[in-house]
Design a protein. Structure first.
Length: 268
């Protein structure tokens, strides 16, 4: 008997390998434009867990196939017909736990993976903008990221999203600058050297406006994270390096990018 005709190969290895390849391709397609499957240790672990669980289900289903002949045909017909029944929103919400149970946890892991990938992007944007506490820096960041994205993505829908995010970021930066300017003018009692401290309300308005500007710039930067490639990392790093000196961000120009299995890389 040849090695490829042995039971362990046809029953376990072959279906698991085929399932792993198709599952990984499916994950790449599903999360295309949403983030990076291997962006962090947690996301990589969840992605590999989804693939492993799918492989386990595929192997188990293959072993159970010979026993499906014992299932009454009427039960199979009822089950297939029930899938065509109309579902309203309320019913879908109540059946969600059952869906997670029937998929043997795959649906739950997919939800966790999607949440983790989204969180990875937010954390990356937070670290990228760390140290940018001036409106001029945020304006330069928004302009650089917009040019970076439009040069690489010509799709109409994505280009519109980039332009809209850029305009929102500029508007928020202008409002933050206006609030800060009004506060500075109000704190000047008689001259530039005779100043008072801003009131709690004035300080709150400045922090709020700057926070909104940061959030809008992060929305634009998030598009670069979701639609960018690892090969473009040096170019996105250069945008930050031109705005913030290296020594103002933990001794590096940009957030450290995690490797395939979570190990950080040095940028120096």
């Amino acid at each position: 008997m040849s090695w490829y005709q042995q039971t362990w190969w046809t029953a376990f290895v072959l279906p698991a390998a085929v399932c792993a390849g198709v599952a990984w391709f499916g994950l790449l397609r599903h999360f295309s434009g949403k983030g990076r499957l291997l962006g962090s240790r947690r996301s990589a672990g969840l992605a590999l867990s989804v693939v492993a669980l799918m492989c386990g289900v595929a192997v188990g289903a293959g072993l159970l196939l010979p026993h499906l002949a014992k299932v009454p045909p009427a039960a199979v017909g009822f089950g297939m017909g029930a899938t065509a029944l109309p579902r309203n929103k309320k019913r879908d919400e109540t059946t969600q736990p059952y869906v997670k149970l029937m998929t043997l946890g795959i649906a739950w892991l997919m939800e966790r993976l999607e949440y983790r990938i989204h969180t990875d992007g937010l954390e990356w944007c937070e670290e990228f903008t760390d140290g940018m506490d001036q409106s001029s820096q945020l304006r330069l960041l928004a302009h650089g990221v917009q040019q970076f994205l439009l040069e690489r993505h010509q799709q109409t829908a994505l280009a519109k999203a980039i332009t809209a995010a850029y305009e929102d970021a500029l508007q928020a930066v202008d409002e933050a600058l206006e609030v800060q300017t009004k506060t500075d003018q109000a704190c000047q009692v008689h001259s530039r050297w005779d100043r008072r401290e801003p009131t709690d309300q004035e300080a709150f308005e400045c922090r709020r406006a700057m926070g909104v500007a940061h959030a809008k710039c992060k929305d634009l930067l998030l598009l670069a994270y979701r639609h960018g490639r690892k090969s473009e990392r040096a170019e996105i790093e250069e945008i930050r390096a031109k705005i913030v000196p290296d020594d103002t961000y933990r001794g590096g120009a940009v957030p450290s990018q995690r490797g395939r299995f979570g190990r950080t890389r040095s940028h120096r």
